[in-house]
Ligand binder design. Structure first.
Ligand code: URP
Ligand code: ZN
Ligand code: ZN
Length: 468
């Protein structure tokens, strides 16, 4: 199969240039002078007036995650189809090593969820709920199988929380294996006390999710995780960083030359604690805020500028989504009358590029930085580069043809995520995918799925070890 994307402007993390992109057998075969005459093409895609960029890589999703007494509403099929509609062609999801169980069992369970379902390529991180001799041993097998990053939690006591000694042991082991530890850095034990106290005082509304998880809890967790990584002499990656002071801890570490990396998510750039307060005059009142319950919580608005600056200045490397959708009906409902029982998480895998493009339009980030943040940097950090994350000869032809003028209104009625609300309902965005290719196959064109096969066309990605 030979496809030519012609007359577009190619954008990578470093360059913007006019070229026609020839795709053969799923790979980028050549970048040609515009107008080069070719024969025997199976398909030509006209990209005049459009940007030709690497497909998005979402390094943080939770398809079908069991959490808070329910399960995230997107599975690998619905979630990856939605991702593709939004210009994302790779996800890295979190498998779970459950307490008392092995990583092997966790990995098998996640393969079973994804295989035969995913519509785009996918990899896995592994959540570690224990660092004991057996799980530390398991880490080597995971790395051999291409699961080269591990997530540990300072939050969620009794569920995911691990103590500093376990984190440190896992970091040392990761250092031996060339793996990367990613950290959920909020100190969960004092947070739990604040939660119990708020409930005892009769505070049950969604906004108390934020009021009981203060910024300092994340800043302190971040500082502690960075200290442990420094002691272990290993790189570390902070997931879903939400706030100014946590960012400042990362900046200090980076300024001292430490290999500290951090991601933020669209919800922390575009939503705020005000959303958690709901709509007191609307039909759902303060309950509407339940749709915005995620962890770390949404912060007051002034954090947005700090995070955008962090992205522009290379202090934050990645925007992932932490896609973890729960329907308002039946799922978020579990926490009516007790904010601590609202399942944590928001939908986002489909809307990341639309939203981030606003940063380009508003001149907060350059177009090359956009590509770096949504594709190239996650590919490099998580061992997928240069197969994924760039427009270069030999790379997988995961490509988004991006129409910078196309207007789109975000609504759960037209988005493809399997969830009954959108945190961005009614928001008008300018800039949207005109075509999305995955390994050279045109899968989405003008918001329509056009590939023959959908279910299970995605392939598992064995990722490389950390190499930056
Ligand atoms: O609210 C969130 N973030 N839900 C998913 C679990 C996590 O901590 O990433
Ligand atoms: Zn987390
Ligand atoms: Zn997450």
């Amino acid at each position: 199969m030979r496809t030519l994307i012609k007359d577009g402007t190619c954008v990578t993390a470093s360059d913007t240039f006019a070229a026609d992109v020839l795709i053969e057998n799923g790979k980028i075969a050549a970048l040609l002078a515009p107008g080069t005459q070719l024969v025997a093409l199976d398909r030509t895609i006209d990209a005049r007036g459009m940007y030709v960029m690497p497909g998005g890589i979402d390094a943080h999703t939770h398809m079908e995650l069991p959490f808070g007494g329910t399960t995230a509403s997107d599975d690998f099929h619905t979630g990856t189809v939605a991702a593709a509609h939004g210009g994302t062609t790779t996800i890295v999801d979190f498998a779970i090593q459950s307490k008392g169980s092995s990583m092997r069992a966790g990995l098998d369970a996640w393969h079973a969820k994804a295989e035969g379902k995913a519509a785009i390529d996918y990899g896995f991180h592994m959540i570690m709920t224990e660092a004991n001799p057996s799980t530390l041993e398991d880490m080597a097998a995971m790395v051999r199988e291409g699961v080269t990053s591990f997530k540990m939690f300072m939050a969620y006591p009794g569920v995911f929380l691990v103590d500093d000694q376990q984190i440190f042991r896992a970091m040392l082991r990761a250092g031996e294996l060339g793996a990367l530890i990613t950290m959920h850095a909020e100190i969960g034990l004092p947070i739990d006390v604040l939660v119990q106290r708020a409930l005892a005082q009769g505070h049950t509304a969604p906004v108390y999710h934020a009021l009981t998880r203060p910024e300092i809890a994340e800043a302190t967790g971040t500082e502690r995780a960075l200290a442990l990584a420094e002691m272990a002499k290993v790189p570390v990656y902070m997931v879903h960083l939400s706030a100014q002071r946590a960012l400042e801890r990362v900046m200090e570490a980076r300024d001292r030359g430490l290999p500290a990396f951090a991601e933020t998510c669209p919800q922390y750039l575009f939503c705020s604690e005000d959303d958690l307060r709901g709509d007191p005059s609307g039909p759902d009142g303060e309950w509407k805020g339940a749709g915005y319950v995620c962890t770390p919580p949404l912060r007051p608005r002034h954090h947005h500028d700090h995070l955008w600056r962090g992205l522009a200045n290379y202090d934050l490397q990645v925007v992932a989504t932490d896609h973890c959708p729960f329907c308002m009906k039946d799922q978020k409902e579990l926490g009516r009358g007790d904010f601590s029982k609202i399942p944590n998480g928001m939908p986002g895998v489909e809307t990341r590029l639309y939203l981030l493009w606003e940063g380009v339009r508003d001149k907060r980030i350059s177009i090359n930085r956009f590509v770096e943040i949504v594709a190239t940097a996650p590919a490099k950090i998580f061992g997928l580069y240069p197969k994924k994350g760039t427009i270069a000869v030999g790379a997988d032809a995961d490509v988004v043809v991006w129409d910078p003028e196309r207007e789109y209104t975000l609504s759960h009625k037209t988005l493809h995520m399997r969830v009954d609300y959108s945190p961005f309902e009614g928001r008008k965005v300018i800039g949207a995918p005109a075509a999305v290719l995955s390994r050279g196959e045109l899968i989405v064109e003008r918001d329509q799925w056009v590939a023959g096969k959908k279910q299970g066309r995605g392939q598992f990605l064995r990722r490389g070890t950390f190499n930056l």
